[in-house]
Design a protein around this ligand. Structure first.
Ligand code: SF4
Ligand code: SF4
Ligand code: SF4
Length: 250
């Protein structure tokens, strides 16, 4: 039986999620016995218009990128959004909060702001342009979760992505809660599955995996009240990765 042909494409992003895949090392070698990469700019020079699974990294920032993405979608049986830039629009979506895109470009790129390939309109997540079959969350992605999603596809099963808050991962890891340090952490409303590395490393959760489907906003409110914070404090932090996402209802 022929192996599924897999192509990885990047749009506006830092390519750090692809790097996570490259860094899978032995696990990647094992995956390569089951799939055939046919296009992957970060790891090979060949390209192809024939693929079964398209993996999309990055957010969509220009009209020509929308057209390119639609073409990719039309060629692929399965499309996976890879990482927060693709699943949410990510940090790039912060630009949507500004009226003047030139101001944003100048702030980020200085004299190089006239480069022709920079954003030209509202930043979009992949699902705002084409249907997405599966999402691998995070900035960067969790490589183990990526491997799990691919293996599920190869087995013909549906990957089960956690739909409970990062606090669960964090408690299982026995990290001290960042609220105890007077900080605001997005763990109560953010999708778990990363293993809560940020609180374990002494940082609050930035919400890079997006909201859980039905955040327990009452539970989050209890936490805020206990530590004398407000739900709005919590929501204001979500802008970094979740600009434009529907906010949990209070
Ligand atoms: S999600 Fe984060 S690590 Fe991945 S490409 Fe975007 S900015 Fe880079
Ligand atoms: S609020 Fe943050 S630090 Fe506290 S338990 Fe939840 S994820 Fe961990
Ligand atoms: S703890 Fe939060 S910010 Fe850190 S990886 Fe997990 S979801 Fe992302």
């Amino acid at each position: 039986m022929s192996k599924p042909r897999v192509a990885i494409f990047d749009f506006a992003c830092c390519e750090g999620c692809q790097l996570q895949i490259v860094n899978m090392e032995e696990e990647l070698l094992d995956l390569l016995t089951h799939i055939e990469p046919v296009e992957w700019r970060e790891a090979m020079s060949e390209s192809s218009e024939r693929y079964d699974i398209a993996i999309i990294e990055g957010s969509i920032t220009r009209q020509q990128d929308e057209e390119r993405l639609k073409l990719i979608r039309s060629r692929a049986k399965v499309l996976i959004a890879l990482g927060a830039c693709a699943t949410l629009g990510g940090v790039n979506k912060l630009a949507n909060g500004f009226d003047d895109l030139n101001e944003v470009k100048k702030c980020v790129y200085g004299d190089a702001a006239r480069m022709p390939h920079l954003l030209t309109g509202q930043v979009k997540a992949v699902s705002e342009v084409v249907p997405v079959d599966y999402s691998v969350h995070g900035c960067p992605i969790n490589a183990e979760e990526f491997g799990y999603v691919i293996r599920c596809l190869l087995r013909g099963t549906t990957p089960v992505i956690p739909n409970f808050p990062v606090c669960v991962d964090c408690k299982m890891r026995e990290s001290t809660c960042r609220f105890e340090y007077g900080e605001i952490c997005l763990g109560p409303i953010t999708r778990a599955g990363c293993g809560a590395p940020c609180p374990a490393a002494g940082m609050w959760c930035f919400g890079c995996r997006g909201y859980v489907d039905e955040p327990n906003i009452n539970g989050a409110r209890d936490v805020m009240e206990r530590y004398r914070k407000t739900v709005d404090d919590l929501k204001s932090r979500m802008a970094l990765f979740n600009t434009g996402q529907e906010q949990p209802h209070a």
